[in-house]
Design a protein around this ligand. Structure first.
Ligand code: SAM
Ligand code: SF4
Length: 388
């Protein structure tokens, strides 16, 4: 029986490619040749430090920091991102996977996040995908702010099944000062005391509110850009992209981690998707979490009946997000339950390392916890600890 050198398949793949620039592995250049069209062909040798990526990291890293040599950029142009997005799929996935390994090491660690709607429906905003909007049926199913006990009960259950991050969502346009905000601050303190990483999504925030959330122990704030600035007005008319960016700036200034991503399948173009990822990657600091949602075309919303997003489109978006924002946690979020386990595994291969892990998203169904745990076990992937 012949024993194969572990690099043999890579060496084979490079048979027609120019030799690497030196005997020593080159620095990890996850953006190599982006935007230089003549070099972007299916046969191009992508000068990633494959050797580093495969052998350089014996340990798994939970909390990402960029290894020396990995290029973290904030100055992308659209052409680069489009070139990356449109690479032959295997080349794109190889780059994404190599970037992931360079940052997080071998094996695969996945953050398990649980989500709870603490105040449901009746939202005055008109986001076209959302059933909680009063404009599309969300007035019929309004539930007032949950009690602290109800929230703690859900948080304990989430922790018991293995979640390390607990995200609380309220269907508000913006946070208002007063008793409800004080209750949310109390919830944050109490959930944090359980040893969970706490995230909230409460709508728009002022700088002062962001500081109070930070003081209460909030780890992360979710506020998605959802799509490109240009396409945004097709989806929402009651607030602007600029207002979203303003809230994100307040979150960042307060020292809270940013969780910000988007949705595929709203009717946007590939260019819109790339523009959204470009906007995220060109922030002065990359978001620590980037949820990638596939539209759930829910009944009663203006987007009802829209075709489902192809799993390969998800794969491309995940891979591009991983390459542009190497240290972020890339989360498979809404729409995951409609993907096959194999497609989800492919997305993890391309760098997805965070899941919404709960039977319900804010209002929509999600993949059951035992199915997710069985998938991780099959892949030999392990849940991450938390940073709180
Ligand atoms: N109200 C908060 C806000 O506006 O930021 C957040 C709540 S919203 C339910 C959280 C995110 O879930 C949205 O920004 C969107 O990206 C995603 N989402 C909501 N409904 C969705 C759907 N039907 N399909 C896919 N993603 C969805
Ligand atoms: Fe309201 Fe958020 Fe739904 Fe928009 S996404 S309608 S802001 S709950």
């Amino acid at each position: 029986m012949s024993s194969m050198h572990p690099l043999a398949p890579l060496a084979g793949a490079r048979a027609n490619a120019p030799p690497p620039p030196s005997v020593h592995p080159p620095a990890i250049d996850n953006f190599a040749s982006l935007g230089k069209k003549p070099e972007m062909s299916a046969n191009t040798f992508v000068p990633l430090a494959a050797e580093n990526a495969f052998f350089g990291h014996a340990h798994q890293h939970e909390h990402a920091s960029a290894p020396s040599g990995l290029h973290i950029r904030h100055d992308f142009c659209l052409e680069e991102v489009l070139c990356l997005h449109n690479l032959p799929l295997m080349d794109l996935v190889f780059r994404a996977m190599s970037t992931h390994r360079a940052v997080f090491g071998s094996g695969h660690r996945v953050q398990l996040c649980s989500l709870l709607s603490i105040k449901t429906g009746g939202c005055p905003e008109d986001c076209a995908y959302c059933t909680q909007s009063v404009h599309h049926g969300g007035a019929q199913n309004v539930q007032k702010l949950m009690s602290l006990e109800e929230v703690l009960c859900a948080a304990r259950e989430a922790k018991e099944v293995g979640a390390t991050r607990f995200c609380m969502g309220a269907a508000w346009r913006e946070v208002r000062e007063g008793a409800q905000f004080e209750s949310v601050l109390e919830m944050i303190r109490a959930v944090r005391a359980l040893g969970l990483e706490v995230c909230c999504t409460l709508g728009m925030l002022t700088a002062a509110q962001a500081r109070r959330l930070k003081e209460a122990g909030l780890h992360a704030y979710n506020h998605n850009l959802d799509t490109s600035a240009e396409f945004y007005s097709n989806i929402v008319s009651t607030h602007t992209y600029e207002e979203r960016l303003q809230t994100l700036a307040h979150v960042r200034e307060a020292g809270i981690h940013v969780c910000c991503g988007g949705i595929l399948g709203l009717g946007e173009s590939v260019e819109d998707r790339c523009k959204m990822l470009l906007t995220l990657a060109n922030q002065p600091q990359h978001p620590e979490s980037v949820p990638i949602n596939a539209l759930m075309a829910l009944a009663g919303t203006p987007l009802e009946g829209r075709p489902r997003v192809d799993a390969f489109e998800m794969l491309r978006a995940v891979a591009v997000a991983r390459i542009l924002m190497p240290t972020a946690k890339i989360r498979m979020a809404a729409g995951r339950q409609a993907m096959s386990l194999e497609a989800q595994a492919l997305c993890m291969l391309a760098g997805a390392n965070s899941l919404f892990f709960c039977e319900r998203l804010l209002t929509a169904p999600n993949s059951p916890a035992e199915v997710d745990l069985a998938l991780l076990a099959k892949l030999g992937a392990t849940p991450m600890g938390n940073e709180a």
